[in-house]
Design a protein around this ligand. Structure first.
Ligand code: AMP
Ligand code: MG
Length: 360
């Protein structure tokens, strides 16, 4: 199949003529990748089981890993769900459109092929103008997992999507680099106490400010033992992985504010990198704008600024892909505090590292 790339002239203000063909393809059961404010999504009609099946095939995604249905307005939510709880209403009012996915009990309209056999459905209303208008023009809810091959880092540019999906999907809509860079926060509002299943740019602190009480699925906080079943089936798969062996270095006391703990962390990253360089391997180092000067050997890349954590989220997946392109054998990375956006950053980095974390 020939994958058509459509470049949007001004992604903040897309014209309908630029999106109509993609919208038609979606409505008719095709696959169209498009930008959202989080990462690029691989879209298909969420009500069409056969279209959903094609998503799993293009991504190589296990079929029990459910898809998120994307909508463009509040009215489009109600036909998909059988109950909207009070906490759900509060979250929708506070954070939609935006980078938050909610899990509801599903209505009969949503096929099990979209929900991986579950009686719940994940719904999100993206704020990205291209995504929002494309979904509105399609006139159907759009199932859209990240547009990467399963197991690879999520795509944050159309170029990343092309690397993984060229020849496998009908169209890629190029709206430039995404804003946030990590996937949406997932909150289960089908249960009594809303529970975060995946951290993202809508942080725990922001959710608590709106709801008061919020729980967090234990699967987010560390490696899962075999007997724990994660509530988001996708959490059990190895995700976000670069090809290299990635190790995180973290201060043992969890303190990342003091000069002393930052110094211990950078010294350890340097030492581990030097050991592998001496053995003749290609070694990547993930540092920050603040620590860049501390490293001289290896493939040294800054992931962003400790003072502006949104830059770290924004660059994370692109950097992991860059190390793939550079054919790194090993990557050593500094760590980040677990509050605010740091929780999402460390969740993705820890999973990419297979929870291989060295404490100093
Ligand atoms: P992605 O589409 O790549 O952003 O991944 C979607 C994530 O949402 C996966 O981790 C899924 O397991 C999770 N998810 C989707 N639908 C549900 C659902 N009904 N219940 C729980 N988790 C879900
Ligand atoms: Mg994904």
């Amino acid at each position: 199949m020939n994958t058509k790339v459509v470049k949007i002239e001004c992604p903040q203000k897309p014209r309908d003529e630029e999106l109509l063909e993609g919208a038609r393809l979606l409505r008719e059961g095709g696959l169209v990748a498009f930008p959202t404010e989080t990462v690029y999504g691989l879209g298909a009609n969420a009500l069409d089981e056969e279209a959903a099946r094609k998503i799993y095939e293009a991504k190589g995604r296990p079929s029990d890993n459910p898809l998120i249905a994307h909508v463009s307005s509040m009215e489009e939510v109600y036909p998909l769900v059988s109950r909207v709880s009070d906490p759900a209403k509060k979250l929708m009012a506070a954070f939609w459109p935006g980078p938050m996915t909610l899990i509801f009990p599903k209505s009969d309209l949503v096929p099990y092929g979209t929900t991986g056999g579950l009686d719940t459905v994940a719904v999100r209303m993206p704020s990205d103008p291209v995504a929002n208008r494309l979904i509105a023009l399609a006139g159907v809810p759009v199932a859209a997992p990240s547009a990467n091959t399963s197991g690879r880092p999520s795509p944050t540019t159309a170029q990343h999507v092309l690397q993984d999906m060229d020849g496998k999907i009908e169209m890629i809509i190029d709206g430039g680099a995404v804003g946030i860079g990590v996937e949406s926060t997932i909150v289960d509002v089908s249960v009594d106490v809303p529970t975060v299943l995946r951290p993202g740019a809508i942080t725990m602190e922001m959710l608590k400010a709106v709801l008061g009480e919020v729980q967090i699925d234990p699967a987010i906080l560390g490696p899962m033992s075999a007997d724990v079943r994660p509530k988001a089936p996708g959490m059990k798969y190895k995700h976000y992985a670069p090809k290299a062996d990635l190790t995180l270095v973290e201060p043992a006391d969890g303190d990342m504010e003091s000069a002393d703990s930052l110094e211990r962390m950078t010294r350890k990253v340097r030492q581990l990198a030097e050991e592998k360089l001496a053995e003749g391997f290609r070694v990547g180092i993930i540092c920050t704008d603040e620590s860049r000067g501390q490293y001289s050997n290896g493939l040294v890349r800054s992931i962003g600024s400790r003072k502006k954590r949104e830059t770290v989220a924004h660059n994370l997946y692109g950097l992991l892909r860059e190390f793939d392109d550079l054919k790194a054998d090993y990557i050593f990375s500094e760590s980040f505090p677990q509050d605010h956006l740091g929780q999402a950053i460390m969740n993705r980095l820890s999973k990419a590292a297979g929870y291989h974390i060295v404490k100093v």
